[in-house]
Design a protein around this ligand. Structure first.
Ligand code: SGN
Ligand code: CA
Length: 542
């Protein structure tokens, strides 16, 4: 009798286990990871942008959670991508700068999901040097990729597609979604090139912002007083480092065609010969622009010249000078950068609609982010790299109604290394010990509020120097109140900002005696962070 009862109990328990396992299996969410390139929060209406409306991105925010403090571990493309895939900082995943090749034999979240029965794909920008691993399907842009008629490396073969890159990437993503095995959960890594430099809009958006005047950031004419040599010696100033033709499209049809005729014949293709300051600058500048312009169809070229005629005319006949010139360049930069975001937003809308129409939206974790932030004229800059907020902060929106309350905002400190463990957590897959990020589940469960014992600081380390834009190597931490940065390598300079009193980071208070104790505390915290993440620089320099 006793034996029977025990057997019965075992059957019930076993049965339950099977049932709950099946239930869990059914509940495993799909993952749609949407990442753009260089799209910053200042250009998203859900983050209060004064520059643009992004209704489709706002949808993700309104129906999900918006993160106010998500930070990149190393503010540049390949390093951010490698950190996202591996859940580890640059010194451990090996991609410390854009020149490093990602070792694809490493443990990544797509590999673990694939092993756990997910169908996986990556479509769009990849930029990691080696071929993607851990994906059932991949079709990626070579390197930075092209805006028009882009080439893709698709499962090892190079193909050229017709059209505008943001539209093409979305077409491919929707095609894959509709053709994949519908019985298994999916993880789709859908990554845009836009709005990366040199900011070429879709044909339908060419010229649409040409008559707009955008508000100028308060710090456009920053003189870097009190800041160190890193801020003064960078090469990413709107005033001095944007190229007239390549960046601002200040070249007429005649000049471009003339250039094309002569130089295609002479086969000048060596981009390494560029000499920014030298006498050849205009031809180097035209060469760079001509390479992308020559990809346009005749109809697209017509749209291009119609869109840019007014600015080219002003450039030739009535070019402003001094501060007005800087303001004008800022306007041209904004018109192109923001026009790229118009198609980005539309295409995100398309993929959300597709999931909705096919009944998959609510069972999908939809993430929108960008590989890092970007300067839109703040401190007089474009580009990123620095640990200052505009470049350091990533947009992060996550929609998953089964776990996230709609319209919630989170002020918890999160980092790009948290994405991988979050996905694995919700997929019921093991989170490897070596991943340094943490699952955001407690934040979702707490409706965005900081859970107890949540991290008090984020850690940062940038390495790409000397290189493009000349931003010196640095590392640092950000706490709720302060940001401490140490520039090293060819300098030994510290900066401290009070993020509450000085959110624009204009006053370096590191040497202010009032903050002696704060500095001491923060240095201790910095050392702890370096120990926590095992960054060897902690032993060498502090
Ligand atoms: C290119 C850009 C740089 C940019 C890097 C890295 N120059 O080199 O402005 O910082 O990419 O960008 S360009 O004249 O070729 O456009 S990243 O987003 O890939 O890290
Ligand atoms: Ca980028």
């Amino acid at each position: 009798m006793k034996l029977l009862t025990i057997t019965g109990l075992l059957i019930i328990l076993f049965g339950c286990n099977v049932a709950s396992r099946q239930e869990q299996e059914e509940k495993r969410p799909n993952i749609l990871f949407i990442m753009s390139d260089d799209h910053t929060t200042q250009a998203m209406s859900c983050y209060g942008s004064k520059l643009i409306e992004t209704p489709n991105l706002d949808r993700i925010s309104e129906e999900g959670m918006q993160f106010e403090h998500c930070y990149v571990t190393n503010s540049i493309c390949a390093p951010s991508r490698a950190a996202i895939l591996t859940g580890k900082f640059s010194h451990l995943n090996g991609v410390t700068d854009n020149a490093k090749i990602f070792d694809g034999t490493q443990v990544t979240y797509p590999k673990i999901l694939q092993k756990a029965g997910y169908q996986t794909a990556v479509i769009g920008k990849w930029h990691l040097g080696s071929s993607p691993t851990g994906f059932d399907y991949w079709s990626v842009l070579p390197g930075q990729g092209d805006y028009y008629q882009p080439e893709f490396i698709e499962m090892g073969d190079t193909i050229t597609e017709t059209g505008y890159v943001t539209d093409v990437i979305t077409d491919k993503a929707i095609k894959w979604l509709s053709e994949k095995n519908q019985d298994k959960p999916f993880a789709l890594v859908y990554q845009h090139k836009a709005p990366h430099r040199n900011w070429i809009p879709a044909p339908r958006h060419m010229g649409v912002l040409e008559n707009k005047e955008f508000p100028v950031p308060e710090t456009l004419f920053d003189d870097y007083k009190g800041r160190g040599s890193a801020a003064r010696e960078q090469e990413m100033e709107i005033a001095n480092h944007l190229w007239d033709a390549w960046d601002l499209k200040l070249a007429s049809r005649e000049e471009l065609e003339e250039f094309g005729k002569n130089n295609v014949l002479k086969k000048i293709t060596d981009a390494k010969q560029h000499d920014v300051e030298g006498a050849n600058k205009r031809s180097e500048d035209l060469k760079k622009l001509y390479r992308v312009y020559s990809r346009l169809t005749p109809e697209e070229k017509n749209l291009w010249h119609k869109a840019y005629a007014k600015r080219v005319d002003k450039y030739k006949n009535n070019k402003p000078t001094g501060k007005e010139l800087v303001q004008w360049k800022y306007q041209l930069y904004m018109r192109d950068y923001l026009a790229c975001i118009l198609s980005l937003d539309e295409n995100v809308g398309r993929i959300l609609d597709y999931l909705k129409e096919t009944g998959q939206l609510d069972n999908t974790i939809v993430v929108y982010t960008s590989d890092q932030g970007f300067f839109l004229g703040e401190h007089g800059w474009f580009d990123k790299r620095l640990m200052y907020e505009e470049s350091y902060r990533m947009p992060l929106l996550i929609r998953y109604p089964k776990a996230i309350k709609a319209g919630t905002v989170s002020d918890a400190f999160t980092m790009n290394v948290d994405f991988a463990p979050t996905f694995l957590d919700y997929a019921n897959a093991p989170i490897p010990e070596e991943m340094q990020g943490i699952s955001l589940r407690p934040v979702f469960e707490n409706n965005g509020k900081k859970p107890d014992n949540w991290r008090k600081a984020t850690y940062y380390h940038y390495y790409e120097y000397p290189s493009w834009h000349s931003v010196k190597r640095h590392y640092g931490i950000r706490t709720e109140r302060y940001k401490l940065i140490h520039f090293y390598n060819d300098v030994d300079e510290w900066e401290l900002y009070d993020m509450l009193e000085d959110p624009q980071e204009m006053t370096n208070i590191y040497n202010d005696p009032k903050y002696k104790d704060v500095v001491k505390e923060l240095k201790k915290e910095l050392a702890e962070q370096q120990k926590l993440y095992t960054d060897p620089i902690g032993n060498q320099l502090n």
